[in-house]
Design a protein around this ligand. Structure first.
Ligand code: ADP
Length: 476
């Protein structure tokens, strides 16, 4: 059986910050079902969630890293636990912390480059000890972007020269760049090839991954096109590497996101979509103390510019001060000014605005199940999973026409549409889309017909997992 090893900084449910974790926590399961052995290598963070599992320590080692000796241990989680094997590299001093990229108060750890360089270096040192190397090494985002370079040009890593590598970009905004002063953390490598690591005079792990991997993928086809015209200086690189690049739309884990079996929602789906939506909606309205007859428009996500979350206060203000009969629910965290803005708006509109500042997986499931609409005013959306979860739970997406949203939602103005779409991340465009949604909501039978239809759309991983496997098979 052929084997792929995924290398990632996140993996659901062990360590999740965003969509990267969801993908890496689901794709291997579906690849195994499709006949490839798939496993994940990640850091052994000291996150409470991660330490809950019973890990087995299977290996340890050490090697020289600049002036010091780096010691590592390898923990394993058997395939029965998550549906695929996970190897977590324990690197004391680097990952024995309670957060992934930031501490629990949200302060970013300042030594990201050192942590992820040592992780990548350790991954290859440890894999090099395997009797048979994987058939494909699949790296995800900048945290593992330098691995394809090491595989080609790192000294002592000759066994990897013919192993195909894939580099998947989940979020092209983060390049993970750092200066050459980090050279101490690199293995020796062919110095003549150093320009492959560089972009604009600094080491750029995202650029290095794009240049050195055998194949590059982005998490949706539209996103790949957008990166060619907007990727913080890498536009030309995306253009010039387009022959080996492709976009593969993410799927969703339809076991975790199954309205019929989801233990986190109030009422699971039996036969009637009408009953499923109305009972989960009622529970959500009760939980937040909102108006019963008004449609519920929700937002779930990081309060980051990319998500357009900063537009929410103005959208909420204009909608509610105009007297529109709607409810809003916002779940997320990030930018502190937004926490304050939403908190104070909530005081003004206690029965039309529900907010939860923070990360809450169970609440997210309840919101997908109980809302009428899900708003995504993203400025950038590499794939976006929220809209797919929403569709699966019969919640109509109201989304900007961008990236993966463009590849997974169609406008209800067209035949067989699935949501409301708008062009710009601007308050005016969002308000227009919301008013279309509210008008549409008035026809309960039409709403039900659309809910029934969108819940049938197949976003399961089976299709995309097969696309990745075809990509691997063309290289092996
Ligand atoms: P990104 O990776 O850019 O943050 P995605 O749409 O790819 O965006 O994935 C976001 C994932 O994180 C989804 O599973 C979404 O439900 C979840 N999520 C985001 N914010 C929260 C939150 N505050 N509480 C619970 N889940 C959240």
């Amino acid at each position: 059986m052929k084997q792929v090893v995924h290398i990632s900084a996140e993996c659901f449910p062990l360590a999740k910050v965003g969509g990267l974790a969801d993908v890496v926590g689901a794709l291997p399961k579906y690849q195994r079902a499709a006949g490839w052995e798939a496993s994940v290598v990640m850091p052994y963070y000291h996150l409470p969630k991660m330490l809950e599992y019973s890990w087995q320590r299977i290996a340890s080692g050490e090697f020289n890293l600049g002036q010091y000796v780096l010691q590592y241990g390898v923990y394993m989680l058997d395939a029965e636990v998550l549906g695929f094997t996970v190897y977590a590299l324990d690197i004391p001093g680097k990952f024995d912390r309670p957060g992934v990229y930031a501490d629990p108060q949200g302060n970013f750890y300042g030594d990201g480059p050192d942590r992820y360089l040592s992780f990548q270096h350790t991954v290859l040192k440890w894999l090099d000890g395997w009797e048979k190397l994987p058939d494909v090494i699949h790296c995800h985002d900048h945290h593992s972007g330098i691995i394809p370079f090491f595989m080609k040009f790192g000294m002592g890593f000759d066994r990897f020269r013919e192993v195909p590598s894939v580099f998947t970009i989940h979020n092209g905004r983060y390049h993970g760049s750092f200066g050459w002063n980090m050279l101490y953390a690199f293995p020796f490598f062919d110095w003549q090839m150093r320009s492959l690591l560089e972009w604009d005079g600094v080491v750029n792990p995202l650029a290095a991954g794009i240049k050195c991997a055998w194949k590059v993928t982005t998490v949706s086809p539209s996103y790949l096109n957008e990166l060619k015209s907007d990727s913080q200086g890498l536009e030309w690189l995306f253009e010039s590497e387009s022959a080996k690049s492709s976009g593969i739309l993410n799927g969703i884990d339809s076991e975790v996101w199954n309205p019929a079996t989801d233990p986190m929602i109030e009422v699971p789906l039996k036969k009637s979509v009408r009953k499923f939506k109305s009972s989960n909606r009622a529970a959500l309205i009760k939980e937040f103390g909102l108006q019963k007859s008004a449609p519920v428009i929700s937002f779930i996500g990081r309060f980051a510019d990319e998500k357009g979350a900063d537009l929410l206060p103005e959208v909420i203000h204009q909608t509610l001060s105009l007297g529109m009969h709607v409810n809003f629910i916002v779940l997320g965290s990030g930018n502190p000014w937004l926490h304050h803005a939403l908190n104070s708006q909530q005081q003004h509109y206690p029965n039309q605005l529900g907010i939860f500042i923070g990360y809450n997986e169970a609440l997210a499931h309840k919101i997908y199940a109980g809302s009428d609409f899900l708003l995504m005013p993203s400025r950038v959306e590499p794939c976006g999973l929220n809209q797919m979860y929403a569709l699966r739970y019969g919640t109509i997406p109201v989304v900007r026409r961008i990236g993966g949203l463009n590849d997974s939602v169609t406008d209800l103005g067209d035949a067989e549409g699935s949501g409301f779409m708008f062009s710009h991340a601007s308050v005016g465009d969002i308000l227009h889309a919301i008013s279309r949604a509210v008008d549409f909501y008035a026809d309960a039978e039409e709403v039900l017909a659309v809910q029934e239809r969108i819940m049938q759309i197949d976003f399961s991983w089976s299709r995309s997992a097969q696309d990745y496997i075809s990509l691997y098979e063309n290289m092996t």
